[in-house]
Write a protein that binds this ligand. Structure first.
Ligand SMILES: [Zn+2]
Length: 298
């Protein structure tokens, strides 16, 4: 049994952990809707800097976590890693490896791992509460690579190592920053509200050869017909968010606003007329009743 395997068995507070002898760590899976759902005291959270081209899974981030070993009383450092399913299919297992790097970006160690018994739906985040204990205290960075993915529909995805292309995540999102023009943003929002009313507009739609980025901000595999996060249909987005349609919807909006203004003006006039009428009626009735009231009080 390797050193890592030993550590893993000792420190785990999860009994169903086991290590198979094919060289892979079998890790217990946890599925979350958002990263916020996963509360853990993390010393350092590192957003993974790249996306493996065409991979249905993105490494969202990993955390260095301090954890007390109740047997020895020592504080140990662990790693927790979180992934997001960016495909349109449910994922049941992934296999990968992690390279541990020191402050000089030099490889210290490589781990192989598998996460099984997952049911990660499109857009969902999954991962481990604790990855593996870090014995080497010089670890500063971890590069996680996904090499194999199994889907619920028994389809498989394997990394083609020769063609592996790493796309810096920041580049993808920087390209997508929405126009600064507030009016234009407002116009796009009018159209977006019709496609995905519950989801806030965040990004400009970017379609590259490898992926598309939805207006809700989610990264999607180029093969996704629906956004993995907000479920908007790519075809609807492409059809609706065109310069022509944006202007058309904006014109409709202005027309509605004009109608609303007219309605409000009419209502206001009506209310005002009624108010004056009531005042006059009250005044005239008070005038009539004045002597009798006066008589009643004297
Ligand atoms: Zn979306």
């Amino acid at each position: 049994m390797s050193e890592i395997n030993k550590n893993y068995n000792q420190n785990s507070d999860n009994n169903n952990l086991n290590v198979k002898d094919n060289g892979f760590e079998y890790l217990p899976a946890v599925t979350f809707t958002t990263l916020k759902d996963f509360e853990e005291r993390a010393e350092k959270i590192v957003r993974n800097g790249f996306w493996q081209d065409s991979s249905p899974v993105i490494v969202e981030e990993y955390r260095f976590i301090e954890k007390k070993n109740y047997r020895t009383g020592e504080i140990e450092k662990h790693v927790a890693a979180h992934y997001r399913n960016i495909s349109n299919d449910t994922i049941t297992a992934i296999r990968g490896f992690a390279t541990l790097l020191n402050a000089f970006d030099e490889d210290i160690e490589t781990w192989s791992f598998e996460i099984i018994d997952i049911l990660a739906k499109p857009g969902e985040i999954f991962g481990n509460k604790h990855f593996v204990r870090l014995d080497n205290h010089s670890v500063r960075k971890i590069n996680i690579h996904i090499v194999k993915i199994i889907f619920e529909n028994t389809e498989k995805w394997s990394l083609n190592a020769e063609k592996e292309k790493l796309i810096p995540i920041n580049n993808i999102f920087n390209d997508s920053i929405l126009i600064n023009d507030d009016l234009q943003k407002f116009k796009i929002n009018l159209v977006w509200n019709r496609i995905s009313p519950k989801i806030k507009l965040s990004n400009k739609l970017v379609v590259s050869d490898d992926y598309w980025l939805c207006h809700c901000g989610a990264l999607n595999l180029i093969s996704n017909k629906n956004c993995c996060q907000c479920h908007a249909k790519l075809i609807d987005i492409k059809k609706s968010i065109t310069d022509e349609n944006i202007e058309k919807i904006y014109e409709q909006y202005l027309h509605c606003i004009d109608k609303l203004k007219l309605f409000l003006d009419t209502e206001r006039n009506h209310i005002e007329n009624n108010r004056i009428k009531n005042m006059l009626t009250t005044a005239s009735s008070q005038k009539k009743s004045w002597p009798s009231r006066k008589g009643a009080t004297s």
